[in-house]
Design a protein around this ligand. Sequence first.
Ligand code: BES
Ligand code: MN
Ligand code: MN
Length: 465
Amino acid sequence: MNAIDYANANHDVFLEQLKEYLRIPSISTLSERKDDVKRAAEWTAAQMRKLGMTHVEVFPTAGHPIVFGSWLGAAGAPTVLVYGHYDVQPTDPDNEWITPAFEPTVRDGKLYARGSVDDKGQVFVNLKALEALMKQYDGKLPFNVKMIVEGEEEVSSINLEGFINDHLDLLAADVSVISDTGMLSLEQPSIVYGLRGLTYMEIEVRGPYKDLHSGQFGGAVHNPAQALCEIIAALHRADGSIAVKGFYDKVRMLSGEERKALAEVSSVEEQEAKLREITQVPMSWGEGEYTINERTGARPTLEVNGLVSGFIGEGAKTVLPAKALAKVSCRLVPDQDPAEIYQLVKAHVASITPPTVTSEVRLLHTGDSAIVPIDAPAMAALVTAIEQGFGKKPVFMREGGSIPIVATFRKKLGTPVLLAGYGLPDDGAHGPNEKFDLQCLYKGINTAIVLYEELSRIPLAQFKA
Ligand code: BES
Ligand code: MN
Ligand code: MN
């Protein structure tokens, strides 16, 4: 049976299977979910075995397991390495979910659940495409496939780099496929060719050795919450740019050609309207001389992810807190070095901390940015596949999010990476009511089928990282 026909005939079966996957609360950052994370790993491995992969293994790590599966029966044909993650983000704020995060529900043709688009749904797309191709070729494939699905992507892939270093032969491949990004819309499919890097930090400001009565000491002791806000406010200039000394020194500027191509994707007005529609903010903010898509895709940022200090319980308490903490991260672009950015932020915060308090900047984790070449034969295969799967030629775009492993794959495994992502801008990853459009699911499976077939026809010598 033809793979596309098989996939199209099995929509209902696939949907029920994906719901099963999504019911497992595999939140990698919460230690009390460790067993659930493991169950999601086992579920992934079971799917690999069922579709006909011959070597399937769940590798324990110091954290959550890494699932590996392969089928290598196509001697002389290309080897495709597929990557995804089965772990998900926490579900808070829980009361904002229309239906509970781990009770997958279809409304209006969309499947709502934590992990639906990020990334179980997209891992599932690839599993089902491989299953369909196995049906077409009677338990064989016209290419070799290796699949690695990790459980720690949302906590910055803590153990994956070490695993890759220790398993270079196991993972050796000609091309990598990662389905963990999105496209512009169902009407205008797109391919992500750039992802930003990340430096994630904590800034702590300390004042008195313990919380004080604000009536007794307010006015004479610099309030750490206020001092932290003063420091944070001084990290940006009024024009939206970042005031950290040296921050932009290594930023690779967009070429005129690239700016032009990105501008053709959508107009300044369309970008503003889309932003307001999706986020419901009154208007956009940021560096005025760059378009919104440039600001989120090709410019670095500094964000406050969270702030805590003092009394936040019900009612009022007069207190001068002893300390204040902010979680601050920078999205980075080529050729900024995440470790160097940490040093710059640290030095800058030290230089602007008033003598009335002390401050400390701690590094939590980093990730490299990535730009993938758009003129490679493997990329042409993805263009063809999306054109067939979604009925329109895709445009190229940059994404603001980060998948640090893209850079690692190219560095360590030397494979070109294809970002074959099937999400949409309003899917709400990491937030309440995350969804995956069923059209993205089914068209994604058909696209992945064509992609694998196209890749299988590329001569080995034509894969270059
Ligand atoms: N799938 C996302 C990355 C992503 C987000 C790609 C938006 C395209 C658009 C991934 O699961 C993710 O959330 N990555 C983290 C980084 C990680 C180091 C915690 C991110 O971007 O914040
Ligand atoms: Mn993801
Ligand atoms: Mn994510």
